[in-house]
Design a protein around this ligand. Structure first.
Ligand code: XMP
Length: 434
């Protein structure tokens, strides 16, 4: 194994992420683990050079006082107790008030007492994960649902590097993906990376189930349930699969104070697959932050368009084709979204605006084209910025660009005669319309 590691044990602090990121910023790999880790589990982690007991002032998780097993104190590597005056080891001032002092104390611990090397980089991370995946999987087989989103794509690329044809990827095209996405998944993974890729054209099936369904939550439920059904059917066709690859990343695992331990475990109820499909999980990205996942994808040779893509909801264009989905309006969403993305990229806004997309409502308005009356759909443009998606502000898109996009959409997208720009921040609107 190439990387040294500092382990953070979560004893109810809300600053685990801050400390992990601070250590990684020093060039040393750091992982967060639950407080109830056993000495054996701790010893099984590779290259541990030091352990931080991160308690917060009270060491409370879910209302109960916690501590690590006494044996962990004698684990054989230096320990550092953070924010807990009664504990062994040094005491750090609390984050973020004591930020500079904390960094100095961390540095002294990591490089002084632990003698860790600053050898955390993507090349070493990938090399270590490849070794760990091979150790876990041996000569057995892994299945992965590959949506083409950042996380599943990066896991796929990492698993392909580690175990090649022992991995089978299943890409379900539910008809609600953006223009060109299913084709890109096939091109990158089947043609370029030579992966086993099962491509499932489930467009008619999904649109059939969604026909006439107006309620957004009902639409979400149908899309989610149908996805599991299709994936399960494909899984049953394959022999001898023992593992399920998962694109779990660190932000999926909620901090303690807000229940790390439980959240880590609840993750194991993968997407509601039936119990007789009893897979063990392979989750090589579960300790990476989103920017690190992107860096990993880039280092594995994935195209920028795949690695730096904006967030895209699971139900896809299904919640942007408002009300009951029809094929003509769905195509209008897909085509107008492609134009918006192309024009934002041309204007240098790609990667600068957090999320942008189009919406097609289920009402028509009167217009005129070539001297004739039209009665067609409007397209709504949405472009927002946010830190955490809880609140959002509207991007101040130059008027000339809005005019250009309007011209292209009304000329190029069949059945559309108007374009509107949504000026509503969150709150009072949400980012999506449904
Ligand atoms: P809202 O509309 O709630 O969206 O302001 C916040 C962020 O969440 C995304 N979003 C979803 N993502 N499944 C997802 O995976 C969903 O059902 C869903 N609904 C909204 C949305 O795109 C935005 O980034």
């Amino acid at each position: 194994m190439k990387q040294d590691m500092i382990v953070i044990l979560d004893l109810g602090s809300t600053e685990n992420t801050t400390i992990a990121r601070a250590i990684r910023a020093l060039g040393v790999y750091s992982e967060i683990h639950p407080h109830d880790i056993t000495l054996e589990e701790l010893r099984a982690l590779p290259n541990v050079k030091g352990v931080i007991l991160n308690g917060g002032p009270n060491r409370v998780v879910d209302g109960a006082a916690v501590d690590v097993a006494p044996a962990v104190y004698g684990c054989g590597v230096p320990t550092l107790a953070v924010d807990h005056p009664g504990a062994q080891g040094e005491v750090l001032a609390s984050w973020p008030e004591g930020q500079a002092a904390c960094m100095e104390a961390l540095k002294a611990f990591v490089f002084g007492r632990c003698q860790a090397q600053a050898n955390w980089n993507m090349e070493n991370f990938i090399a270590d994960q490849v070794e760990l995946i091979r150790r876990q999987v041996g000569d057995r087989k892994v299945l992965l649902a590959l949506s083409g989103g950042v996380d599943s794509s990066v896991v796929a690329a990492l698993l392909i590097k580690a175990i090649g044809k022992q991995l089978t990827c299943v890409h379900v095209n539910h008809g609600l993906l953006r223009k060109g996405e299913p084709e890109q998944v096939v091109e990158v993974f089947r043609n370029q990376m030579e992966a086993n890729l099962v491509y499932v054209d489930a467009v008619d099936r999904f649109l059939g189930k969604l026909a006439g369904v107006e309620d957004p939550e009902q639409k979400r439920k149908i899309i989610g349930a149908e996805f599991i059904r299709v994936f399960e059917e494909e899984a049953r066709k394959l022999d001898g699969i023992e593992f399920l690859g998962q694109g779990t990343i660190y932000p999926d695992i909620i901090e303690s104070g807000t229940k790390t331990v439980k959240a880590v475990k609840s993750h194991h109820n993968v997407g509601g697959l039936p119990e007789d499909l009893d897979f063990a999980l392979v989750e090589p990205l579960k300790m990476l932050f989103k920017d690190e996942v992107r860096a990993c994808g880039k280092a594995l040779g994935l195209p920028d368009g795949m690695v730096y893509r904006q967030p895209f909801p699971g139900p896809g264009l299904g919640v942007r084709c408002l009300g009951a989905i029809t094929r003509d309006r769905l195509e209008a969403v897909r085509e107008s979204d492609a134009i918006l993305r192309e024009e934002f990229a041309n204007a240098g806004l790609e990667g600068k605006v957090w999320q942008y997309f189009t919406v097609v409502p289920d009402f028509k308005s009167v217009g005129v084209r070539d001297g004739k009356r039209t009665f067609d759909w409007p397209v709504i443009l949405r472009a927002v910025n946010t830190i955490d998606a809880m609140t959002a502000t509207v991007e101040d898109v130059p008027f000339a660009l809005l005019q250009k996009i309007t011209g292209r959409i009304t000329h190029e997208v069949p059945g559309v005669n108007r374009v509107l720009y949504d000026l509503t921040p969150k709150p009072s609107g949400t980012i999506e319309w449904e």
